[in-house]
Design a protein around this ligand. Sequence first.
Ligand SMILES: C[S@@+](CC[C@H](N)C(=O)[O-])C[C@H]1O[C@@H](n2cnc3c(N)ncnc32)[C@H](O)[C@@H]1O
Ligand code: SF4
Length: 460
Amino acid sequence: MHAPKHLVDKYNIAGPRYTSYPTVPYWQEHSFSTAQYLDTLVRSFNESNATDGISLYLHLPFCESLCTFCACNKRITKNHGVETGYINALLAEWRMYVDYLAQHSAQRPRIRELHLGGGTPTFFSPANLALLMDGIFAHADRAEHHEFGFEGHPNNTTPEHLQVLFDAGFRRVSFGVQDYDVRVQTAIHRIQPFEHVARVHEAAKQIGYTSISHDLVFGLPHQTIETMRHTISQTAQLSPDRLAFYSYAHVPWLKGNGQRGFDDADLPSGTAKRALYETGKAMFDEMGYVEVGMDHFARPTDTLYMAQAQGRLHRNFMGYTETNTRLMVSLGVSSIADSWYGFAQNEKNLDDYLAKVQANQWPIQRGHILTDVDLIIRTHILNIMCRMKTDWSLASQQFEDLPQTIERLKPMQDDGLLHVSPNGLEVTELGRPFIRNIAMAFDLRLLEKQPDTRLFSMTI
Ligand SMILES: C[S@@+](CC[C@H](N)C(=O)[O-])C[C@H]1O[C@@H](n2cnc3c(N)ncnc32)[C@H](O)[C@@H]1O
Ligand code: SF4
């Protein structure tokens, strides 16, 4: 269904993407301590390791070349001498968690979900990635139905990378494609011919990867409906299992000069950007993909879609996942860990991160411990983002501000975006593109203190 222009104009405001609640700018850092976070870590581990297993995120920050649209936490270098020191730091940090958990629990970690993100994980040599995996699994078991995935850059992912990670249990890979148009690629400083993507895609299939995903972005400089059609037709030739279709987050103030490889005037904005999304969505429909949550498309046979259909979809700092783990341990510079009861972010500066780990200190820089109300709101927002509905029939799902929240939902109900009943709300088909706006009605921390609009990207 196309989102009508007047609704796009009305609701396209700056807002969070809700990979966490509270969102990072609203963390109460002054009342946070690492000791408190570690208490929540142990609580969460003891509650969920034996049943659901845990998630582990490893942040691998290096890239050889800067793409000027990129909002990820990365460090650009061509010096591969940095690899060994960084792998050693990740393993030393892992050892700190393993030792701490061993002191407070009789269980050995069971990893259900493992994700290598970046930066560019395939910046590292296959041999170093093998060392990293050996070091992780020297102290942990693989959960029975594990889901291990990594982000591969098509320009530097080799069959050896794919094989080493396959041998460690990885079956999912997402390739950063972004766009195939040469003018767009030039503007974002990322020249990447279709043949490179085709080569790694086929190699991954041959080795036995069962879920190959491509990242595409709409709203990039110089994109038009025609270039978008061309990119998606190229994508169709490879028929990935899943697609991420990200809205370009233009946040140059957060990323220094890194994004200024083009002018604002080169960016499609507002309705033009929405039209790019609608073009993509219509083509994905024709290709047999269905939308999952926000930003993602999958085949109806894909486990991510099935998780959504069965109400098991989950969302965390990695985005949408089908593994509903409570605890996500995160290692590496700038990575964010989530114990459900608390968040903790590591040092964002690489040298500070390395220095702390080398001194055997927790490299945690800041975080937030959730209050009881935060936990209720977190559940409602997660329900909206993953299940398109939420329920407040039980006293444990209610909070003091609920009547005002329902008032805030009314204009959206009048616009046809959702139905509110005495017991909960359901997002309509028309309301799907506006789930970030609907979630914002529950975001008490945002309502208490209106954001500097420059903290967030636009919601539509
Ligand atoms: C860490 S990168 C993927 C791995 C590898 N570095 C690469 O570029 O191929 C993660 C993905 O985030 C998305 N991304 C990065 N910056 C973005 C932005 N400003 N807005 C929307 N998506 C973005 C891109 O689709 C990118 O593929
Ligand atoms: S898009 Fe990927 S390769 Fe490019 S700078 Fe960002 S993380 Fe690095």
